[in-house]
Design a protein. Structure first.
Length: 563
């Protein structure tokens, strides 16, 4: 979506949008960042639009809150960027993560007539050939698209998500500007080259590209449904492929109750405790059994159907976690519950990435304090949200990076816990997680799995043994033809080589100096004309040059601090 060729040239073409972005940053107290990027020339007009009164009001807010408001004002691309950054604890401090989780994605709808035009353009036929009835007024609106209710030709009621007109062009312009700004950050801001903001923008671009392709969301829905084929506690809407494209998602319309609508649930005779329990069980199955989970299970993306069935909506943000990460997380959970800071710290290191290994003793001390602070009472009283942010503080303090997919998993569990406690004050997500964690540990020592791993390892060894003779023969053949080239690289010798070079230069300088003195002395003694005051001029010039060289050598030695 973003083009690397001509990045700066293209951003200059979008002067008005660039100026608007920088002006908003300035307005919300990020003028120091703007100054550091050396882009003041974009603010000549923008500064005139900044209200000083408004700036005084925003100064009372925290920096994280000001960033959230600025992103909301800048529109769809920046709202999505904030949502992505809220899942990156390896990039932002905890207080920014917590604030960006509050980002609102509600924007005014676009006219239904435009939605019809987009549908006809995408499907290549009149809308009447696809839908028996199409409601022009949307039932929901977000930054990337909006949803309309419709009736298909066969009578099925559908929810049709239509992408905003020209949203791709808007996002492309913003991404090019973001990439330019990220490049400037790496160039001008000390320490930011480590975080690689250009890489973050590239990842964000890739994520947005997927979110703008509704075919991918449709495949997520069907993959999720295949994981629960015979589970009566969960329902996934059907996808109508004949009316689904990259810009249109046509799915079964669900008339359910939001799980946060307590009054509606009670009036419908639904069991709140059963819903909470099922929600906890479903998120555990998604994470620990299938490794493919709904990463944003807030009340707006869920509906409760008759018989306490839970229906998931909006499959744009999904998470994946592999078996190794699940097992490492299980080890962390067990280590924490057993208050074994050594095991818990080892598991935490396996779940994070780091440029250099931290001080293990300090890490174990912080983990021990974390356990003492939170695990002194019944496990059902724990608050996963608080635990998550405390864990992020430990990770940040020791310069560890928590993998985004792991954070998404923990955040999804925390969201489900919050919703579960809203429905049932006695909801205990740790109790529901316990059997799944135990099962993961037992699977590691399952005889069949051990046999499979040994068999796979044996097959790899046999393959390697089979290939070694051929590879060795090829190496010997190349050696015989003189085509093997070996390179050696010494590391850590640069200071020694530099010192050796300086010493060699000074020695050569001293030899030349001594030769010059001796030669000048011989010329003076030989009484060779021309003369000045009975002293040969050539010998005198030699002594003068030797004197200057000697003084230069002395100064060089004194500068190094060694005589």
């Amino acid at each position: 979506m973003i083009r690397k060729i001509g990045i700066i040239g293209r951003t200059y073409r979008h002067m008005q949008r660039y100026r608007q972005i920088l002006t908003v940053l300035f307005k919300y107290g990020f003028g120091d960042l703007v100054d550091s990027l050396n882009v003041e020339q974009y603010l000549e007009i923008g500064l005139q639009m900044v209200s000083r009164k408004r700036r005084k009001k925003t100064e009372k807010l925290t920096k994280a809150a000001r960033l959230r408001i600025a992103l909301e004002e800048l529109g769809p691309t920046f709202i999505k960027l904030g949502q992505i950054l809220s899942t990156r604890p390896d990039f932002l401090p905890v207080e920014f993560i917590k604030e960006l989780e509050k980002l609102q994605d509600d924007v005014p709808p676009f006219p239904g007539v435009q939605a019809k035009t987009i549908i006809e353009s995408e499907l290549g036929r009149p809308i009447e050939d696809v839908f028996e009835h199409f409601e022009e007024s949307p039932i929901a609106s977000a930054s990337l698209g909006q949803v309309h209710r419709a009736r298909l030709a066969d009578g099925e009621i559908a929810a049709v998500k239509v992408q905003r007109p020209d949203i791709r062009k808007t996002i492309e312009v913003d991404l090019e500007i973001l990439l330019h700004m990220a490049t400037l950050m790496e160039k001008h801001l000390e320490g930011w080259e480590i975080h690689k903001p250009t890489r973050i923008v590239a990842e964000f671009s890739s994520s947005l590209e997927k979110e703008l392709d509704y075919n991918i969301e449709a495949s997520h829905m069907e993959m999720f449904a295949r994981n629960f084929p015979d589970d009566p506690t969960v329902y996934v809407p059907k996808v109508f492929h004949e009316a689904t494209t990259k810009r249109i998602l046509c799915m079964e319309y669900i008339e359910g109750i939001k799980p946060s609508d307590i009054q509606g649930l009670e009036e419908s005779g639904l069991d709140r405790k059963a819903i909470a329990s099922r929600g906890g069980d479903l998120i555990m199955k998604q994470i620990f059994v299938h490794g493919f989970f709904h990463a944003d299970p807030h009340p707006g993306n869920l509906r409760i159907l008759p018989d306490n069935v839970i229906c998931y909506l909006d499959f744009g943000m999904m998470g994946r976690i592999d078996r190794q990460a699940r097992e490492n997380f299980a080890e962390l959970a067990i280590g924490v519950i057993k208050r074994d800071e050594v095991k818990a710290s080892e598991a935490l290191l396996k779940l994070t990435h780091f440029p250099e290994k931290p001080d293990i003793r300090l890490l174990q001390r912080d983990v021990a304090e974390f356990m003492e602070q939170h695990f002194y009472g019944p496990l059902k009283d724990l608050d996963l949200g608080t635990l998550l942010h405390q864990l992020l503080n430990i990770v940040s303090r020791h310069h560890l990076g928590l993998y985004p997919e792991l954070y998404l998993m923990l955040k999804a569990m925390s969201t489900v816990e919050g919703l579960g406690r809203l429905l049932d004050p006695d909801f205990d997500i740790t109790g529901q997680a316990a059997p799944f964690i135990r099962r993961i540990r037992m699977e590691r020592i399952n005889p069949r799995r051990i046999f499979d791993e040994v068999t796979n390892s044996g097959a790899e060894i046999l393959r390697l043994l089979k290939e070694i003779p051929g590879e060795l023969s090829e190496i010997l053949h190349l050696a015989g033809e003189g085509k093997i080239k070996m390179e050696f690289e010494h590391t850590g010798l640069e200071p020694l080589l530099s010192s050796h070079e300086k010493n060699s230069n000074q020695l050569a300088f001293a030899i030349v100096l001594a030769s010059l003195v001796i030669g000048s002395s011989l010329i003076v003694l030989s009484d060779v004309p021309p003369k000045w005051h009975e002293i040969p001029v050539i010998g005198l010039a030699g002594f003068l040059v030797a004197g200057m060289m000697g003084f230069w050598l002395l100064v060089s030695i004194l500068k190094r601090g060694k005589m």
